[in-house]
Design a protein around this ligand. Sequence first.
Ligand code: FES
Length: 55
Amino acid sequence: MYVCLCKAVTDKAIKKAACEGACSMRCLNKMGVATQCGKCARDAKQILRATRAEL
Ligand code: FES
């Protein structure tokens, strides 16, 4: 499922990034997440937190 429509970033991509060490929105910003309209920021942050908590 796309989380960030502007930059076509999926939840899988965010989970993968989290598993590979992304620990903040700044890391996700490098993938383009929340760098355009910003509407995806809240959901992206939630996925990042949940995935990091599972590690
Ligand atoms: Fe992610 Fe617009 S949906 S920046």
